[in-house]
Design a protein around this ligand. Structure first.
Ligand code: 8YV
Length: 329
């Protein structure tokens, strides 16, 4: 019996070796070994032959690219959880299946959120810069004072998997948990986390000591933390963002941080990545990371395994486990 033709799978970035090896075994895989991000024209070219595209957050898969793809393109199996870089409507119109990799980066991202929260409140980056500068004059009773996080109110914007994982950690650090979400979470979850639901985001913001952004970027959450809402925060409040830069008005945030109207920020994501507002770089009260919330070897392998399973089930004519349904976002 003739062997079934393997589907052409184009992977836009370098993935962990073990994942690439598995993909090469299972599919007719085209890799990007030197990891140079592909230009739009290169992706357009790849979409002329690819049956499956495996993009990452750094590839913008626009409606134009999707509409210009060859008729053989059947699936976009994204390596990552957020899908705001893919035009889901255009994919649906063309009958292209889109999948992502939810769940496997929850704990890592929640860890990083907690790390940023602590780093901002306890001035970790500033302290490290001081030691490295050679200017540290020794311990002092009133030098490098940060703020205690125990007993403070944490407002979580987006109580999905990552928001809940953050809440568990923050509770262990003695914080009280507050959240705003499109839908109130199950009472069992609320009870376990001793979390207070705020139907009004505005009212929640005005009462928090720390606000953490943990919702996806969708048309509905673009600039959810607008200038007007940022102004509701009290001046001692810290903001942490490990979700997407677009959820916060970065220009307004930068201005308010510079004026001391917001006490500090821990940012792993930016509105125009990889560009970072140059004024942010000059501020001492911010901790800035290069979108590394889920950057663990274990996480990347788990993500890759999810991509492989999604593709394999799809090409075997089954429903892939992580199909993204536009209306659920
Ligand atoms: C991923 C992320 O590393 O999964 C996401 O949504 O933001 C990141 O943590 C990235 O998306 C990989 O494409």
């Amino acid at each position: 019996m003739a062997e079934k033709k393997k589907p052409v799978v184009v992977v836009t970035r370098k993935l962990p070796d073990v994942i690439e090896t598995r993909m090469m075994e299972l599919f007719d895989t085209r890799l990007n070994p030197d990891d140079t991000p592909m230009h739009e024209a290169q992706i357009a070219d790849a979409l002329k032959t690819a049956e499956v595209l495996v993009p990452t957050v750094t590839d913008r898969i626009s409606a134009e690219l999707i509409r210009g793809a060859g008729p053989q393109l059947r699936m976009i199996a994204s390596f990552g959880t957020g899908v705001d870089h893919i035009d889901l409507k255009a994919a649906r119109e063309r009958g292209i299946c889109v999948t992502n990799t939810p769940g496997v980066l929850t704990e890592d991202t929640a860890d990083m959120t907690m790390a940023l929260l602590l780093a901002v409140a306890r001035r970790l980056s500033e302290g490290e810069r001081l030691v490295r500068s050679g200017q540290w004059g020794g311990w002092g009773p009133t030098t490098m004072l940060g703020h205690r996080i125990s007993g403070k109110r944490l407002g979580i914007l987006g109580m999905g998997r990552i928001g809940q994982a953050l809440a568990r950690r923050a509770r262990a650090f003695g914080m009280s948990i507050h959240y705003h979400n499109r839908r109130r979470v199950h009472p069992d979850v609320e009870n376990e986390l001793e979390a207070t639901y705020w139907d009004s985001l505005d009212q929640m913001l005005a009462r928090m000591d720390v606000v953490s952004v943990n919702c996806p970027h969708t048309p509905a959450t673009y600039h959810l933390l607008s200038e007007r809402r940022l102004k509701l925060l009290r001046p001692h409040c810290y903001i942490i963002n490990t979700a997407r830069g677009e959820v916060v008005d970065e220009t307004a945030l930068t201005r308010m941080l510079a004026k001391g109207e917001i006490a500090g920020a821990g940012l792993d994501v930016f509105e125009h990545e990889p560009a970072v507002n140059p004024k942010l770089l000059r501020l001492d009260n911010v901790v800035l990371l290069p979108h590394m919330g889920s950057a663990t070897i274990e996480g990347r392998i788990d993500m890759g395994e999810k991509v492989v399973i999604n593709i394999k089930t799809f090409v075997d004519n089954h429903a892939p486990p992580d199909r993204v349904i536009e209306t659920l976002l």
